[in-house]
Design a protein around this ligand. Structure first.
Ligand code: SF4
Length: 198
């Protein structure tokens, strides 16, 4: 079977935003990955289910009509990015990605992930029959859908993040440490970061 090309998973953006060095360890040195590393994404996946979403009205998204597709796989080799978005709402004029999160607030990494799903959806629809101009983060604890507009600034942020991530992976460049040392306290990769000042 033909080998699939290397792609980053959309979920890698979360590690990148938290600390680019975590992305380096996971991508370039995967053998050093501690087995205790907490896979929050896995916990979230466990909580996702089409069942309760199907019972919910599309009014949660401010929509009167639309067809829902669940666990939609997406891949673009040019962007070297892949992922599986929890849900896509297709209307007559739009494709809208929806990511379910077990969180009370919208973090910037969530917006970036959603933008990435949006970009992959755009590229999967080359005739641009439908617009991809926004998505929703569904915050499970508060049962609230938060709209995220795919602004030029968010698009640029995604492009810049992907560019840096691929630079880290292909040039095996060790990024600097986390922005705040407070982020390192509970990091399972702490023992590999010998250049930290404490
Ligand atoms: S210990 Fe700190 S700098 Fe090192 S990978 Fe973890 S968060 Fe990043």
């Amino acid at each position: 079977m033909e080998d699939l090309p290397f792609t980053f998973q959309v979920t890698a953006l979360k590690q990148y935003v938290y600390c680019p060095r975590i992305l380096y360890y996971q991508t370039v040195l995967p053998q050093v990955r501690p087995v205790t590393y907490k896979m929050e994404a896995g916990i979230e996946a466990h909580l996702r289910s089409e069942g309760w979403e199907k019972r919910r009205s599309l009014r949660a998204y401010g929509l009167d009509e639309g067809e829902r597709f669940f666990n939609v796989p997406l891949l673009n080799t040019g962007l070297m990015l892949s992922g599986e978005v929890d849900m896509v709402i297709q209307t007559a004029v739009e494709l809208i990605p929806v990511d379910f999160k077990h969180a009370k607030r919208v973090g910037k990494h969530y917006k970036l992930q959603l933008m990435a799903y949006g970009r992959l959806l755009e590229l999967a629809d080359p005739k641009e029959e439908r617009q991809v101009k926004r998505g929703f983060l569904y915050l499970i604890p508060g049962k609230k859908a938060v709209e995220v507009r795919f602004t030029p600034a968010l698009r640029r942020q995604l492009d810049k993040s992907l560019e840096t991530m691929h630079d880290i992976a292909h040039n095996q460049r060790v990024p600097g440490p986390a922005a705040s040392l407070a982020q390192c306290i509970d990091c399972e990769f702490r023992r590999f970061c010998n250049d930290l000042t404490r």
